[in-house]
Design a binder for this molecule. Sequence first.
Ligand SMILES: [Zn+2]
Length: 119
Amino acid sequence: MRTKLWHSRTAIPRLHPAIVMVCAAVWLALLAACNPSEDDSQARQCVQSLKVIESAKMVWALYHHKASGDAPTDADLFGPDKEVKEKPQCPAGGAYRLGQVGEKPVCNVPGHVIDRMFK
Ligand SMILES: [Zn+2]
């Protein structure tokens, strides 16, 4: 009679404790890598604000037939009768420069860049 590796009813093989430990370690390392620092979190929020401003600029340019080189003011983009009611604020207290049509809005805090890739 042949010995089966495991019984057919218990088809799920037991995981070796070492494998479980390695998986847990990898999982914890991933969590640590994905956990943003305070700076990262603020930069992320800032980029969201910059994207809102960028969208508002595009809408403004479209509605008012603006071309590259035209620059909106705060009053053009933000207000009770505008797409964006209130100008977004940088969570780190940075100042925004709206820029011209075709440019991306920028924040003066280092690392607060609209194209920044977060790990
Ligand atoms: Zn910022």
